[in-house]
Ligand binder design. Structure first.
Ligand SMILES: Cc1cc2nc3c(=O)[nH]c(=O)nc-3n(C[C@H](O)[C@H](O)[C@H](O)COP(=O)(O)OP(=O)(O)OC[C@H]3O[C@@H](n4cnc5c(N)ncnc54)[C@H](O)[C@@H]3O)c2cc1C
Length: 370
């Protein structure tokens, strides 16, 4: 048995949540052991930020935009915002630099192996890896959680390509382009487009559904969109990178020992799957309370959780109706109102505006069925 009894908190999973929580705890003076292979997945991490919020991740920002677009029914709906911008981070460079920072800190131990088994006896956790075992008084686990039965799935497959004239494809992020053939599946699909640089663009097919589909289906949808919308030169070049993921849109089950962290602790917003801002809130709450439980509690307001819950129930009952809901929301809200909703920074009055704009019958049915 390896003696790492000095470790105050062990974190399983070195994804963005494990790394950010490790940095926060280390900066506070808590010894941390981080267990898990280095996470080398490409991730473009986007969030809506209030323009007055401090910039935390300057080195990893790919772009910020104060406008974004939707394409529904062959119509372009453009949102312009004054109070918020949409920010895209290079998740891979962010994770790499967090790893490098942590390695230089006193009190930090890195175990680059999978956690195999864990158990708890006499209030101490034992964690086993292929090369040995160690104990810890506190255990946070950020491994991907199981989805609850009614939880919708967000599945996506993105391809980043080189293109000489990205501004002709997307001047700003196109959050949802519904002008693609819907697949024969219990869900709704759309294309998400981010102009990463003047010469590269991320195109991502995204499914909101009740179950996953073969990865190749989403990859083909992405490739078809590229073929239809980009000039022939870029079609034949190999992609710069590809990224993919499956994120819960709804509650998750924690199946391990210790306390959940990150997506496993509900950091992903139910209606969008965006998780970074939720994680930042959990960390802020821990900073104030110094209670590890703050990292495991839902970071979202009761109002947004309730709205997300009803909204997802409508989509779950009738996935094809999703396009209609997004169209109504995109058309009836101003840029700042939409961004405030997405950033969970809205009031009851704002929510009434959203509710007034949405078609009533499916929402009433969803409410009654709850
Ligand atoms: C491609 C992609 C794009 C995304 N885009 C956005 C976005 O734009 N905005 C946003 O807010 N969110 C986005 N998300 C959602 C969310 O921010 C990410 O899912 C984020 O990765 C969540 O981080 P996490 O650390 O909680 O979980 P994960 O990223 O799932 O990390 C879990 C870690 O656990 C490790 N692990 C698994 N099993 C073991 C084991 N036995 N032992 C040790 N380690 C283990 C894995 O290797 C992984 O590194 C995106 C997700 C993906 C995948």
């Amino acid at each position: 048995m390896i003696d790492r009894s000095g470790a105050e908190v062990t974190i399983i999973g070195a994804g963005i949540s494990g790394l950010l929580i490790a940095r926060h705890l280390i900066d506070q003076g808590t010894p941390v052991t981080l267990v898990g292979p280095e996470d080398k997945r490409q991730q473009t991490l986007c969030s809506w930020r209030n323009i007055r919020a401090p910039e935390h991740y300057q080195k990893h920002i790919i772009g910020t935009w104060n406008s974004w677009q939707f394409r529904v029914d062959n119509t372009n709906i453009i949102h312009q915002a004054d109070e918020y911008w949409y920010e895209a981070l290079n998740g891979l460079s962010f994770k790499t630099s967090l790893e490098a920072y942590l390695l230089e800190q006193r009190g930090f131990t890195r175990v680059r192996e999978l956690a195999e088994t864990q158990r708890k006896s006499n209030d101490v956790f034992q964690i086993d890896t292929a090369s040995g075992s160690f104990t810890s008084t506190n255990l946070l686990d950020s491994r991907p959680p199981q989805f609850k039965e009614r939880t919708l799935i967000q599945q996506f497959y993105g391809i980043t390509i080189h293109h000489d004239q990205v501004h002709k494809i997307a001047k700003h992020p196109i959050l949802m382009d519904f002008n693609i053939p819907q697949i024969n599946h219990n869900g709704v699909v759309f294309i998400y487009i981010i102009p990463l640089t003047q010469e590269s663009v991320l195109v991502e097919a995204t499914l909101f559904g009740t179950s996953t589909v073969e990865e190749s289906i989403l990859r083909n949808l992405t490739q078809n969109w590229i073929n239809d919308n980009c000039n022939s030169g870029s079609k034949n070049e190999p992609p710069i990178f590809e990224e993919k993921g499956i994120i819960p849109m709804g509650p998750v089950s924690f199946v391990h020992f210790g306390k959940p962290a990150g997506v496993a602790a509900g950091s992903a917003r139910q209606s969008s799957g965006y998780a970074l801002q939720g994680l930042e809130r959990q960390i802020k709450r821990h900073e104030k309370s110094n209670d590890l439980n703050a990292l495991s509690k839902s970071p979202y307001s009761k109002l947004s959780s309730w709205m997300d819950d009803v909204f997802l129930e409508v989509i779950r009952r009738n996935p094809t109706f999703g396009e209609n809901i997004f169209r109504v929301m995109a058309k009836s809200l101003k840029g700042d109102e939409f961004a405030a909703f997405m950033a969970d920074d809205f009031t009851i009055q704002d929510s009434l505006k959203i509710v007034r704009a949405l078609p009533k019958l499916p929402f009433l049915r969803a409410l009654v069925s709850r």
